[in-house]
Design a protein around this ligand. Structure first.
Ligand code: GDP
Length: 480
């Protein structure tokens, strides 16, 4: 299947199908729709011509081209390794289990070679690979999922046989279920005298985690991470669960996937661990990861060894990004580095605008701190009062106040209740609204809350003056 962008011209289609453009022009003529080389074609026409030529095409919209739901021909999909996350209650043995697994699965000649930690690792058993992703907890797992990152095919739930189901066991189950990820249960610490693996099975049924032998859907394995018992069986069980899932990906395309973790390293710059979920990543590839971009300068495997490529389900550490992406960010390789930069820049621009729209406005309480880094130190006020006299009294008093540090501007004043319009004005001018003997209308109150505009209401002038004076020098303590 050849992917054709929507609105492709005759020449572009010829290029994609690798045939002379004159062939297509001829066919179009015979189909009764004569077009020249540079004219673009409708979706139907592209499909019709392709069909006529005995070729299969998929017309891609701009969104499809830019989205992460890439289209793959089923014929291009090949089996890939399962990606596993270990979860469970604290002290039930997650770390010990991962350690035991890594020791079992270390390929010969590599033994003892676990020197570096990149946040994920792979083990081999019976000639097949399993990828383990370290997430420090189910919160991280869910935070990443909330950002759309799919970095787990199977959850291994570790439950200590001497302790049974505990609060974080239940949380882990709920997080895995919410993500629709199957759970394999590792009942740990069976070497202990007080171990009661059957009680664990019994307790888990209450949370919908039911052993297959009891008619449920979950595979259970008894292990002792400490005594290295049952670890092979656990790995084999993970592979059985993976077989049920029929995990596949197209390795022969541009790579994409997710950032597992990233940091700024003094010597090496931005260092990111990526999990590839489609395609193959190579040294030299141009990519975008969240808001950063760059070329893969170097790639390191789980033991810190240089690698030249990483395929589906492979975790890899890369150098060369312009900045540090966030965990859970998508990454994607582009043919052209300029496209990568454009996407990264448009994303960061969008993020900046969103950030700006969230700005907190000045309040009397934060005035001093806000002013500290401001170029022009001024306080804008919108004043509403029940009588004109109050407005005049306030502006007189403010006029007498020391304004060498902060200039005070009344940008609007009027008699009447505080209205929505006052809030909109204050919002646009980063002003505080002061009311004398008046209250905000309901709409104004809602708008103020939405836009983070402070409204301060007073009954007496001197109290307002006192507050403004204190705010000016950073002495006003928040009251509410
Ligand atoms: P985590 O908090 O879930 O990562 O748990 P750890 O792996 O740090 O283990 C917590 C404690 O349980 C440690 O003291 C381990 O030595 C102990 N432990 C882990 N697995 C076993 C086991 O299979 N048997 C016994 N007896 N102790 C274990």
């Amino acid at each position: 299947v050849v992917k054709v962008p929507q609105g492709a011209t005759v020449a572009e289609l010829a290029d994609l199908l690798d045939i002379p453009a004159s062939d297509i022009v001829k066919r179009l003529f015979l189909l009764g729709t004569p077009l020249t080389m540079t004219q673009s074609m409708s979706d139907e026409l592209i499909e019709l011509v392709a069909d006529d030529l005995g070729r299969e095409v998929k017309v891609m919209t701009k969104e499809e081209e830019n989205s992460f739901t890439f289209y793959d021909d089923p014929a291009d999909l090949l089996p890939r390794a399962p990606v596993v996350t270990v979860m469970g209650h604290v002290d039930h043995g997650k770390t010990s289990t991962l350690d035991a697994i890594r020791h079992t699965g270390v390929a010969e000649g590599e033994a003892g070679g676990i020197t570096q930690h990149i946040g994920a690792s792979q083990v081999k058993i019976n000639g097949r690979t399993i990828t383990f992703v370290d997430t420090p907890g189910h919160e991280t797992f869910t935070a990443m999922r909330a950002r759309g990152a799919k970095v787990t095919d199977i959850v291994v739930l570790v439950v200590a046989a001497d302790d049974g189901v505990m609060p974080q066991t239940i949380e882990s189950i709920n997080h895995a279920k919410a993500a629709g990820v199957p759970i394999v249960v590792a009942v740990n610490k069976i070497d202990r005298d007080d171990a009661n693996p059957d009680r664990v099975r019994q307790e888990l049924t209450e949370y919908g985690v039911i052993p297959e032998e009891w008619g449920g859907e979950n595979m259970f394995v008894n292990i002792s991470a400490k005594k290295n018992m049952g670890i092979d069986e656990l790995l084999e069980t993970i592979l059985l669960q993976a077989d049920v899932l029929e995990l596949k990906a197209n390795p022969n395309t541009f790579a994409s996937g997710y950032v597992l973790e990233a940091k700024l390293d003094r010597g090496r710059g931005s260092v990111a661990t990526l999990l590839v979920n489609r395609g193959t990543l190579h040294v030299g590839d141009a990519l975008v990861a969240g808001m950063s971009y760059g070329r893969v300068r170097a790639m390191l495997g789980q033991n810190g060894q240089p690698v030249t490529e990483a395929g589906p389900s492979d975790p890899v550490e890369i150098l060369g990004l312009s900045s540090v992406p966030a965990a859970g960010d998508e990454f994607r390789v582009f043919q052209d580095e300029r496209d990568a930069r454009d996407l990264a820049e448009s994303r960061s621009l969008k993020a900046r605008i969103e950030e700006q729209n969230k700005v907190k406005h000045v309040t009397l309480e934060n005035l001093f701190d806000t002013m500290e880094d401001a170029e022009v130190k001024e306080l804008n006020l919108v004043v509403k009062a029940d009588v004109q006299g109050s407005i005049e009294a306030l502006s007189d008093a403010l006029g007498k106040m020391d304004q060498s540090e902060v200039r005070i501007n009344i940008i609007h004043s009027a008699v009447g209740a505080i209205s929505e319009t006052d809030v909109i004005l204050a919002d646009a001018s980063n002003a505080i609204i002061i009311g004398f003997g008046v209250r905000p209308e309901a709409k104004a109150r809602a708008a103020a809350e939405r836009d983070n505009v402070q409204i301060k209401c007073y009954q007496v002038i001197y109290k307002a003056i006192e507050d403004i004076d204190a705010a000016r020098v950073g002495m006003l303590k928040p009251t509410e």
